[in-house]
Write a protein that binds this ligand. Structure first.
Ligand code: PEP
Ligand code: MG
Length: 853
């Protein structure tokens, strides 16, 4: 039998004089969300941190800005002076004790210079939190002014008698905690984005955290990485299926190791098995994707961004930035480094704000993360300490990191070396006081460079630069991704002879084929100009179609709406000509955070989306669609052998009615503003729909009359019972991404199978046809919101099958509307009937290609 639990009261004296401040309001999520522990914050008026209780100094941080005191009863009190003070690396702090010292209540622990710390830290707010809060049953913080060492700042009630075996408590142990083995589900290993997610999570912990690959439990450099460093993680050069362990040492080691191991197993923010978003269709190494040409006037490379351009060569070379090797005092050099990084951060933020495509802005987010990379910082600071100038030390550090990445046997990671050099040069230029010139070129230029950084690319003057070629990099480089997003035709990995072309040489760049033709003949020039004209005529057609209601040439209405994630995208969708929103993927509100969003937070976003669409345009909000391939850190779902066949979509919501009801209430608030439709994902059975609808109607009250209820058809079972299912709802939307994977039994993200998982497979088309039939028999409408709806080639067959609405990606709105306008319904119906008679997706594609000609 367990010993009875009783409470004792413990009073902690104020470690500093000052004004008490609620921990929840501290402008630092880690403290405000009590990730480190519950407690108080003080806005200090004194400059000596005193121990709030008698005990021993369990930990004194290397940067001397924080200490943990272990009191009797096992209570551990963490004191943290200021916010972001760890980056000061000790500047302005004088420790007055060392680890292991016994201290009395009120004994000075750390003295700090309020002028230095106040100037450099994000804030002087000082936190006192209980690191082992599981022992505390009640917190009573003081209010108002407190005097250090005299007033009580925090009263606690602590359970005694609860089993607490200090030997099992990793907080008291300096020994490393090692997680179970995790098999990496990321097809491209931990490349920049998942590495950034892991590093961001690791930084929330105070422990030292390392990732060990294979059986390198000795932590040897070759197979282990600092989990807080994106560069170090990337340099580990992991691959799909590698086994990793997380090793944590420090006060929160157990939790850190468990959380990070879980995060890694779940794909670190990537869908497990998903091809990395950065990967273009040709994710081959440069040499493999390069065409071969026997024509000496045609230089070839990797098609990086489609389109044709005719212009004159402008060779672009980066200038070499010189820096002195030896520096001033280490303190000064560190301050210069900090100032340069601060300025670089502001430049990147400005550049980011100028990019319209949020997913491309993520590339610059990774640059921001690199700026703060602890490995880069540590190497630089060490070299500064050895007397080197900030510029010299910084250049050495980033060149070393980029060089290491270039050696790894993974094209995706090799590309990231370019990102490190980009960030590196940006800071270096600031340190050397060299103005990084905006690339200044005459009109009608085709830029040729060995390498362009993502920042160079993002700031190209689109009115003058018609296209570019680089001799380095491939289709997966961030430069290529940005070029596609900016709509600039581009070739990467071009034959190096291109670097020798004289400025002013007339060239034709074909970004779709990856060829650069120099001194084209009059005929080649004419052909290129004709193609450019055809392309721009098509674009004009699409622009025109975008502003008109979507319908076929013979007047049949098929609404074209958009798939979106947030209010900004709702505005973008309307601007692009979308007639509403056919799928708001609400899970994006739940993503990348540590706790579920509150009802108010959610309602704000749903209402903002509704506002952007206005009262008439339909808004279809899909309720939370997580589980399987879409994990959430704060909603741990049991590990399943077949997560795609387990708790997913609506099944999760019905399993967690608390979260579901909160979301429904939030969504329903948008009914007062817009034309609201609520849609449930991954429905298999009518019972699920009835249960979900009951909860929705209970929460809706009077609003029930103003909403429409629908389900996604993503599972063959739902398509097969479309008729009876249609009786229970107002509409269907077919999620062809999932419908295809469940019909063909092919994981939609599988690196080898994903290409064959084609939604134009006749089996999937038959299910779409059955869904439409079942719905129309009951007077209900059917949309398609899976990826195939955005493929202009598929439009005739979908329209021919009777689909009433196509919900497409925002950039596809114009081309899908234009495609509909070229179509007549009798032709579309004939085509659909012919497609249903075929046996393979390839045959369907061939048929549709003929139709398009
Ligand atoms: C689908 O499955 O087609 C769909 C639209 O849902 P998601 O891609 O978000 O799973
Ligand atoms: Mg789906």
């Amino acid at each position: 039998m367990k010993a009875p639990i009783r409470s004792v009261r413990i009073e902690l004296t104020a470690p500093l004089s000052g004004v008490m401040f609620p921990l929840e309001s501290v402008p630092d999520a880690v403290f405000a969300q009590k990730m480190v522990g519950d407690g108080v914050s003080i806005d200090p008026t004194s400059d000596e941190l005193l121990s709030p209780l008698a005990g021993t100094v369990k930990q004194l941080h290397g940067a001397h800005h924080a200490a943990t005191i272990a009191g009797e009863n096992g209570l551990e009190v963490l004191l943290h002076i200021g916010l972001d003070t760890v980056t000061m690396r000790g500047e302005g702090f004088t420790p007055l004790v060392k680890e292991g010292d016994t201290v009395t209540a009120g004994q000075p622990l750390i003295r700090f210079d309020p002028v230095v710390v106040g100037a450099k830290a994000a804030s002087l707010l000082t936190q006192m939190v209980i690191a082992n809060g599981e022992l505390v049953t009640r917190y009573v913080p003081a209010r108002g002014l407190v005097e250090a060492g005299k007033d009580i700042a925090l009263s606690l009630e602590m359970a005694v008698g609860a089993t607490h075996d200090p030997s099992s408590d990793d907080r008291s142990a300096a020994t490393a905690i090692l997680s179970d083995e995790v098999t990496l589900p990321n097809p491209a290993g931990l490349h920049a984005r998942p590495a950034a997610v892991v590093a961001a999570e690791a930084k929330k912990y105070r422990s030292d955290i390392r990732l060990l690959r294979g059986n390198a439990s000795d932590g040897s450099n070759s197979a282990s990485a600092n989990a807080k460093s994106i560069v170090s993680i990337m340099a580990l050069a992991t691959r799909f299926g590698d086994t990793l362990r997380v090793q944590a040492t420090g006060p929160d080691a157990s939790e850190a190791a468990a959380t990070l191991a879980r995060l890694l197993a779940e794909g670190s923010g990537e869908k497990p098995g998903e091809a990395p978003a950065a990967a273009a269709p040709a994710a081959e190494p440069v040499s493999a994707a390069r065409q071969v040409s026997t024509d000496v006037n045609e230089l070839v490379g990797v098609p990086a961004s489609p389109g044709i351009a005719v212009g004159k060569v402008v060779q672009y070379r980066k200038e070499v930035i010189d820096v002195a090797e030896s520096g001033d005092s280490p303190q000064r050099e560190r301050a210069r480094l900090e100032a340069a990084r601060h300025e670089a951060r502001q430049h990147i933020e400005t550049l980011k704000a100028s990019l319209t495509d949020a997913s491309k802005a993520q590339i610059l987010d990774a640059h921001l993360e690199l700026l703060d990379d602890p490995d880069l910082s540590d190497t630089t600071i060490t070299r500064i300490g050895e007397g080197k100038s900030a510029g010299f030390a910084w250049r050495e550090a980033f060149e070393q990191q980029a060089g290491a990445l270039e050696k790894v046997d993974n094209p995706l990671l090799r590309e990231r070396a370019g990102d490190i050099r980009d960030v590196g040069r940006r800071v270096l230029a600031l340190l050397a006081d060299v103005k990084q010139a905006q690339i200044d070129v005459p009109a009608d230029s085709i830029l040729i460079a060995e390498e362009l950084s993502p920042s160079d690319t993002a700031s190209l003057d689109r009115t003058r630069v018609l296209g570019f070629c680089t001799s380095m990099g491939g289709a997966t480089s961030h430069v290529a991704i940005l070029a596609r997003s900016l709509g600039i035709p581009a070739i990467c990995g071009i034959d190096e002879t291109a670097l020798q072309l004289a400025d002013g040489t007339l060239v034709v760049l074909d970004g779709s084929r990856g060829t650069l033709r120099r001194d084209p003949s009059a005929e080649a020039l004419n052909q290129a100009r004709e193609r450019i004209e055809r392309q721009s005529a098509r674009r004009e057609q699409e622009k025109l179609a975008a502003s008109k209601p979507a319908m076929t040439a013979d007047g049949h209405r098929v609404e074209v709406v958009a798939n979106i994630r947030n209010a900004q995208e709702a505005r973008d969708a309307v601007a692009a000509g979308a007639e509403g929103v056919g799928l708001l993927r609400s899970e994006f509100l739940f993503d990348n955070r540590d706790t579920a969003p509150s009802e108010d937070e959610q309602a704000t976003e749903y209402c903002a989306v509704a506002q952007a669409l206005g009262a008439e345009r339909p808004l279809v909000v899909r309720t939370l669609d997580v589980g399987g391939d879409k994990p959430l850190s704060y909603m741990p779902l049991p590990k399943e052998d077949n997560p795609f066949l387990g708790l997913r979509g609506l099944r999760v919501s019905l399993d967690r009615p608390d979260i579901f009801r909160t979301q429904l209430r939030a969504i329903l608030r948008a009914a007062d503003i817009g034309n609201l439709h609520v849609m449930f994902p991954m429905v298999t059975a009518i019972e699920e729909v009835l249960a979900a609808r009951k909860l929705l109607l209970e929460e809706a009250g009077d609003r029930a009359k103003r909403i429409k209820i629908g389900v996604m058809i993503e599972v063959p079972a739902a398509a097969l019972i479309a008729g009876p299912l249609a009786r229970e709802v107002d509409f269907f939307s077919i999620g062809t991404n999932d419908l295809t994977q469940y019909t063909l039994a092919m994981d939609r993200g599988h690196p080898k199978l994903a290409k064959q998982a084609d939604a134009l497979h006749p089996a999937v088309l038959r299910l779409i046809g059955m869904t439409v039939e079942g719905a129309h028999a009951h007077g209900k409408w059917v949309g398609v919101c899976g990826g195939i709806a955005s493929d202009a080639m598929a439009v005739p067959v979908l329209a021919g099958l009777g689909v009433d609405e196509l919900s497409v990606s925002i950039p596809a709105v114009g081309s899908i509307k234009a495609q509909l306008a070229r179509l007549t319904m009798p032709a579309a119906r004939d085509l659909a009937a012919a497609a249903l008679r075929l046996g393979t997706a390839a045959e369907v594609r061939a048929l549709l290609a003929q139709f398009a000609e």
